[in-house]
Design a protein around this ligand. Structure first.
Ligand code: BG6
Length: 295
Protein backbone atom coordinates (compact mmCIF):
# COMPACT_ATOMS: atom_id res chain seq x y z
CA UNK A 1 0.00 0.00 0.00
CA UNK A 2 1.20 3.51 -0.75
CA UNK A 3 1.94 5.88 2.08
CA UNK A 4 -0.55 8.66 1.56
CA UNK A 5 -0.59 9.99 5.11
CA UNK A 6 0.41 13.45 3.82
CA UNK A 7 -3.07 13.68 2.24
CA UNK A 8 -4.98 13.01 5.44
CA UNK A 9 -6.96 15.94 6.86
CA UNK A 10 -7.67 15.50 10.57
CA UNK A 11 -11.36 14.97 11.24
CA UNK A 12 -12.20 15.05 7.52
CA UNK A 13 -10.17 12.58 5.43
CA UNK A 14 -8.51 9.42 6.69
CA UNK A 15 -6.71 6.81 4.63
CA UNK A 16 -6.67 3.17 5.57
CA UNK A 17 -7.25 -0.43 4.64
CA UNK A 18 -10.69 -1.36 3.36
CA UNK A 19 -12.35 -4.63 2.36
CA UNK A 20 -10.04 -7.18 0.75
CA UNK A 21 -6.99 -5.26 1.96
CA UNK A 22 -7.65 -2.55 -0.65
CA UNK A 23 -6.71 1.02 0.21
CA UNK A 24 -9.56 3.46 0.81
CA UNK A 25 -10.33 6.98 1.94
CA UNK A 26 -13.01 7.81 4.47
CA UNK A 27 -14.45 11.30 4.13
CA UNK A 28 -16.60 13.09 6.70
CA UNK A 29 -17.74 16.65 6.12
CA UNK A 30 -20.75 18.50 7.54
CA UNK A 31 -23.69 16.08 7.14
CA UNK A 32 -22.01 13.95 4.46
CA UNK A 33 -19.85 10.85 4.57
CA UNK A 34 -18.18 8.97 1.73
CA UNK A 35 -15.87 6.05 1.11
CA UNK A 36 -13.56 6.04 -1.89
CA UNK A 37 -11.43 3.07 -2.97
CA UNK A 38 -8.27 3.69 -4.99
CA UNK A 39 -9.12 0.40 -6.70
CA UNK A 40 -11.06 1.62 -9.74
CA UNK A 41 -11.41 5.09 -8.15
CA UNK A 42 -14.72 3.73 -6.91
CA UNK A 43 -16.84 5.85 -4.59
CA UNK A 44 -18.61 3.05 -2.70
CA UNK A 45 -20.59 5.09 -0.20
CA UNK A 46 -22.17 8.53 -0.04
CA UNK A 47 -24.47 9.18 2.90
CA UNK A 48 -26.18 12.45 3.73
CA UNK A 49 -27.59 12.88 7.23
CA UNK A 50 -27.24 9.13 7.71
CA UNK A 51 -29.20 8.21 4.54
CA UNK A 52 -27.43 6.06 1.94
CA UNK A 53 -27.67 7.70 -1.47
CA UNK A 54 -25.49 5.14 -3.26
CA UNK A 55 -26.14 1.40 -3.24
CA UNK A 56 -23.23 -0.99 -2.79
CA UNK A 57 -23.79 -4.74 -2.86
CA UNK A 58 -23.15 -6.50 0.44
CA UNK A 59 -21.81 -9.45 -1.58
CA UNK A 60 -19.45 -7.34 -3.71
CA UNK A 61 -15.98 -8.70 -4.26
CA UNK A 62 -13.06 -6.56 -3.22
CA UNK A 63 -10.42 -8.06 -5.38
CA UNK A 64 -7.73 -6.34 -7.46
CA UNK A 65 -8.91 -8.13 -10.59
CA UNK A 66 -12.65 -7.40 -10.24
CA UNK A 67 -14.83 -4.33 -10.29
CA UNK A 68 -16.58 -3.37 -7.06
CA UNK A 69 -20.32 -4.04 -7.40
CA UNK A 70 -21.94 -0.80 -6.46
CA UNK A 71 -21.23 2.82 -5.70
CA UNK A 72 -19.84 4.53 -8.77
CA UNK A 73 -17.61 2.30 -10.90
CA UNK A 74 -15.78 4.48 -13.42
CA UNK A 75 -15.87 3.19 -16.97
CA UNK A 76 -13.26 4.00 -19.60
CA UNK A 77 -12.31 3.63 -22.49
CA UNK A 78 -15.10 1.39 -23.79
CA UNK A 79 -18.62 0.85 -22.50
CA UNK A 80 -19.99 -2.72 -22.37
CA UNK A 81 -18.15 -5.46 -24.23
CA UNK A 82 -15.14 -4.38 -26.30
CA UNK A 83 -16.45 -3.63 -29.83
CA UNK A 84 -14.24 -6.18 -31.59
CA UNK A 85 -12.44 -8.32 -29.04
CA UNK A 86 -14.64 -10.28 -26.64
CA UNK A 87 -11.61 -11.39 -24.62
CA UNK A 88 -11.03 -7.85 -23.34
CA UNK A 89 -12.67 -6.81 -20.06
CA UNK A 90 -16.27 -5.58 -20.14
CA UNK A 91 -16.50 -1.80 -19.51
CA UNK A 92 -12.75 -1.17 -20.04
CA UNK A 93 -9.95 -1.15 -17.51
CA UNK A 94 -10.38 2.02 -15.42
CA UNK A 95 -12.74 0.37 -12.90
CA UNK A 96 -10.15 -2.26 -12.00
CA UNK A 97 -7.00 -0.14 -12.24
CA UNK A 98 -5.16 1.12 -9.19
CA UNK A 99 -5.50 4.91 -9.21
CA UNK A 100 -3.05 7.31 -7.67
CA UNK A 101 -4.10 9.82 -5.02
CA UNK A 102 -2.74 13.22 -6.03
CA UNK A 103 -4.50 15.78 -3.80
CA UNK A 104 -7.01 16.39 -1.03
CA UNK A 105 -8.54 19.61 0.21
CA UNK A 106 -11.29 20.67 2.58
CA UNK A 107 -13.40 23.71 3.29
CA UNK A 108 -16.09 23.91 5.93
CA UNK A 109 -18.75 22.27 3.75
CA UNK A 110 -16.86 20.36 1.07
CA UNK A 111 -14.02 17.85 0.93
CA UNK A 112 -12.19 17.20 -2.32
CA UNK A 113 -10.22 14.15 -3.41
CA UNK A 114 -8.30 14.07 -6.70
CA UNK A 115 -7.18 10.80 -8.25
CA UNK A 116 -5.25 10.10 -11.40
CA UNK A 117 -4.59 7.28 -13.85
CA UNK A 118 -2.12 7.42 -16.74
CA UNK A 119 -1.28 5.05 -19.56
CA UNK A 120 1.04 2.23 -18.49
CA UNK A 121 2.39 -0.96 -20.07
CA UNK A 122 -0.73 -2.68 -18.71
CA UNK A 123 -3.21 -0.23 -20.26
CA UNK A 124 -1.25 0.01 -23.53
CA UNK A 125 -1.59 -3.76 -23.93
CA UNK A 126 -5.39 -3.31 -23.81
CA UNK A 127 -5.76 0.06 -25.54
CA UNK A 128 -2.87 1.48 -27.58
CA UNK A 129 -3.14 5.17 -26.63
CA UNK A 130 -1.36 7.50 -24.27
CA UNK A 131 -3.71 9.31 -21.91
CA UNK A 132 -4.10 10.92 -18.50
CA UNK A 133 -7.32 10.68 -16.49
CA UNK A 134 -7.94 13.04 -13.60
CA UNK A 135 -10.91 12.32 -11.38
CA UNK A 136 -12.06 15.05 -8.99
CA UNK A 137 -14.56 14.08 -6.30
CA UNK A 138 -16.25 16.77 -4.20
CA UNK A 139 -18.12 15.47 -1.16
CA UNK A 140 -20.60 17.79 0.54
CA UNK A 141 -24.32 18.46 0.25
CA UNK A 142 -23.97 16.80 -3.10
CA UNK A 143 -21.47 14.36 -4.58
CA UNK A 144 -19.81 15.96 -7.58
CA UNK A 145 -17.56 13.78 -9.72
CA UNK A 146 -15.62 15.08 -12.72
CA UNK A 147 -13.61 12.92 -15.06
CA UNK A 148 -11.07 14.74 -17.24
CA UNK A 149 -9.48 12.85 -20.11
CA UNK A 150 -6.37 14.17 -21.88
CA UNK A 151 -5.05 12.71 -25.11
CA UNK A 152 -1.26 12.53 -24.74
CA UNK A 153 -0.77 10.52 -27.95
CA UNK A 154 0.30 12.03 -31.24
CA UNK A 155 -2.79 10.61 -32.98
CA UNK A 156 -6.50 11.17 -32.28
CA UNK A 157 -8.43 8.59 -30.22
CA UNK A 158 -12.07 7.85 -29.49
CA UNK A 159 -13.41 6.59 -26.17
CA UNK A 160 -16.55 5.84 -24.17
CA UNK A 161 -16.87 6.78 -20.51
CA UNK A 162 -19.39 6.36 -17.70
CA UNK A 163 -19.93 7.23 -14.08
CA UNK A 164 -21.95 4.09 -13.41
CA UNK A 165 -23.93 5.26 -10.37
CA UNK A 166 -25.84 2.64 -8.40
CA UNK A 167 -28.54 4.56 -6.47
CA UNK A 168 -30.41 3.27 -3.44
CA UNK A 169 -34.18 3.06 -3.89
CA UNK A 170 -36.95 1.59 -1.73
CA UNK A 171 -38.07 -0.75 -4.54
CA UNK A 172 -37.07 -0.38 -8.17
CA UNK A 173 -40.57 -1.52 -9.20
CA UNK A 174 -42.14 1.53 -7.56
CA UNK A 175 -39.94 4.42 -8.63
CA UNK A 176 -39.98 6.57 -11.72
CA UNK A 177 -37.22 8.49 -13.47
CA UNK A 178 -37.89 11.88 -15.01
CA UNK A 179 -35.71 13.66 -17.57
CA UNK A 180 -35.70 11.07 -20.35
CA UNK A 181 -39.14 11.77 -21.82
CA UNK A 182 -39.21 11.68 -25.66
CA UNK A 183 -35.57 10.56 -25.76
CA UNK A 184 -34.21 7.91 -28.14
CA UNK A 185 -32.45 4.86 -26.77
CA UNK A 186 -30.93 1.53 -27.68
CA UNK A 187 -32.75 -1.25 -25.89
CA UNK A 188 -30.06 -3.77 -24.95
CA UNK A 189 -32.63 -6.31 -23.76
CA UNK A 190 -34.25 -6.21 -27.22
CA UNK A 191 -31.21 -6.72 -29.47
CA UNK A 192 -30.18 -3.03 -29.38
CA UNK A 193 -33.46 -2.00 -31.08
CA UNK A 194 -33.65 1.77 -31.38
CA UNK A 195 -36.70 3.09 -29.55
CA UNK A 196 -38.11 6.30 -28.18
CA UNK A 197 -39.25 6.88 -24.63
CA UNK A 198 -42.85 8.10 -24.50
CA UNK A 199 -43.71 11.53 -23.14
CA UNK A 200 -43.71 10.07 -19.62
CA UNK A 201 -41.19 9.15 -16.93
CA UNK A 202 -39.30 5.83 -17.15
CA UNK A 203 -40.80 3.09 -14.97
CA UNK A 204 -39.15 -0.30 -14.66
CA UNK A 205 -41.20 -3.50 -14.85
CA UNK A 206 -38.59 -6.11 -15.78
CA UNK A 207 -34.94 -6.35 -16.79
CA UNK A 208 -33.99 -2.91 -18.09
CA UNK A 209 -30.83 -1.93 -19.96
CA UNK A 210 -31.30 1.23 -21.99
CA UNK A 211 -28.67 3.48 -23.50
CA UNK A 212 -30.37 6.85 -24.04
CA UNK A 213 -28.52 8.97 -26.57
CA UNK A 214 -28.26 12.66 -27.39
CA UNK A 215 -29.49 13.69 -23.97
CA UNK A 216 -27.92 16.33 -21.75
CA UNK A 217 -30.88 16.24 -19.36
CA UNK A 218 -30.65 15.93 -15.61
CA UNK A 219 -32.66 13.03 -14.18
CA UNK A 220 -34.67 12.67 -11.01
CA UNK A 221 -35.39 9.37 -9.33
CA UNK A 222 -38.75 9.83 -7.64
CA UNK A 223 -39.39 7.39 -4.82
CA UNK A 224 -42.56 7.83 -2.79
CA UNK A 225 -41.22 5.58 0.00
CA UNK A 226 -37.79 7.19 0.36
CA UNK A 227 -35.90 10.36 -0.55
CA UNK A 228 -35.84 11.48 -4.18
CA UNK A 229 -32.43 11.75 -5.84
CA UNK A 230 -31.18 14.00 -8.61
CA UNK A 231 -28.51 13.03 -11.10
CA UNK A 232 -27.35 16.26 -12.73
CA UNK A 233 -24.64 16.26 -15.37
CA UNK A 234 -22.53 18.16 -17.85
CA UNK A 235 -20.26 17.06 -20.69
CA UNK A 236 -22.35 13.90 -21.00
CA UNK A 237 -24.69 13.18 -23.90
CA UNK A 238 -25.85 9.66 -23.02
CA UNK A 239 -27.64 8.24 -19.98
CA UNK A 240 -27.95 4.56 -19.13
CA UNK A 241 -30.75 3.11 -17.02
CA UNK A 242 -30.02 -0.41 -15.80
CA UNK A 243 -31.43 -3.01 -13.44
CA UNK A 244 -30.86 -6.72 -14.17
CA UNK A 245 -34.05 -7.82 -12.37
CA UNK A 246 -34.32 -10.83 -10.13
CA UNK A 247 -33.17 -13.78 -12.23
CA UNK A 248 -30.04 -12.16 -13.67
CA UNK A 249 -29.10 -10.55 -10.35
CA UNK A 250 -29.41 -13.82 -8.48
CA UNK A 251 -27.10 -15.42 -11.05
CA UNK A 252 -24.39 -12.88 -10.16
CA UNK A 253 -22.57 -13.94 -6.98
CA UNK A 254 -21.74 -10.32 -6.23
CA UNK A 255 -25.35 -9.12 -6.49
CA UNK A 256 -27.40 -12.07 -5.23
CA UNK A 257 -29.44 -12.36 -2.03
CA UNK A 258 -32.53 -10.37 -2.98
CA UNK A 259 -30.66 -7.10 -3.40
CA UNK A 260 -31.79 -6.42 -6.98
CA UNK A 261 -34.88 -4.39 -6.10
CA UNK A 262 -32.98 -2.00 -3.82
CA UNK A 263 -31.14 -0.06 -6.52
CA UNK A 264 -31.34 1.50 -9.93
CA UNK A 265 -28.40 2.59 -12.05
CA UNK A 266 -28.83 5.97 -13.73
CA UNK A 267 -25.47 6.46 -15.37
CA UNK A 268 -23.78 9.58 -16.72
CA UNK A 269 -22.29 8.41 -19.98
CA UNK A 270 -20.78 9.16 -23.37
CA UNK A 271 -21.05 6.02 -25.51
CA UNK A 272 -22.19 4.64 -28.89
CA UNK A 273 -23.28 7.62 -31.05
CA UNK A 274 -21.92 9.92 -28.32
CA UNK A 275 -18.41 8.43 -28.03
CA UNK A 276 -15.84 11.21 -27.64
CA UNK A 277 -13.10 11.83 -30.24
CA UNK A 278 -10.04 13.67 -28.94
CA UNK A 279 -7.26 15.24 -30.96
CA UNK A 280 -3.67 15.00 -29.68
CA UNK A 281 -3.23 17.32 -26.71
CA UNK A 282 -6.99 17.90 -26.37
CA UNK A 283 -9.04 17.18 -23.25
CA UNK A 284 -12.62 16.40 -22.34
CA UNK A 285 -14.49 16.79 -19.09
CA UNK A 286 -17.63 15.03 -17.85
CA UNK A 287 -19.38 15.72 -14.53
CA UNK A 288 -22.11 13.95 -12.57
CA UNK A 289 -23.68 15.54 -9.50
CA UNK A 290 -25.72 13.29 -7.25
CA UNK A 291 -27.86 14.84 -4.54
CA UNK A 292 -30.84 14.04 -2.37
CA UNK A 293 -33.70 16.36 -3.23
CA UNK A 294 -34.86 18.38 -0.26
CA UNK A 295 -38.64 18.25 0.33
C1 BG6 B 1 -24.63 -1.41 -17.55
C2 BG6 B 1 -24.73 -2.00 -18.92
O1 BG6 B 1 -24.12 -0.12 -17.61
O2 BG6 B 1 -23.76 -2.19 -16.75
C3 BG6 B 1 -25.24 -3.42 -18.79
O3 BG6 B 1 -25.59 -1.22 -19.74
C4 BG6 B 1 -24.35 -4.24 -17.87
O4 BG6 B 1 -25.29 -4.02 -20.08
C5 BG6 B 1 -24.24 -3.50 -16.54
O5 BG6 B 1 -24.90 -5.51 -17.67
C6 BG6 B 1 -23.36 -4.18 -15.51
O6 BG6 B 1 -22.15 -4.53 -16.05
P1 BG6 B 1 -21.09 -5.32 -15.20
O7 BG6 B 1 -19.95 -5.62 -16.12
O8 BG6 B 1 -20.68 -4.43 -14.07
O9 BG6 B 1 -21.79 -6.57 -14.69
Amino acid sequence: MNDYTQFEIPGVITIGEGEGGLQKLEVKIAEAEATIYLHGATVTRYDVAGQAILFCSRTSRYDRAKAIRGGVPLIFPWFGPHPNDATLPQHGFARTALWELIATEATERCATVILSLSASAETLALWPHDFVLTYTIHVGNDLEMTLDVVNRSDTPFTFDEALHTYLTVSDVQHICITGLENTEYYDKVDGFARKRQADSPVRLAGETDRLFIDTDANCRILDAARIDIEVAKSGSHSTVVWNPWEEKAEALADLSGGQWSGFVCVETVNAADNAIALEPGASHSMTAIIAPIAD
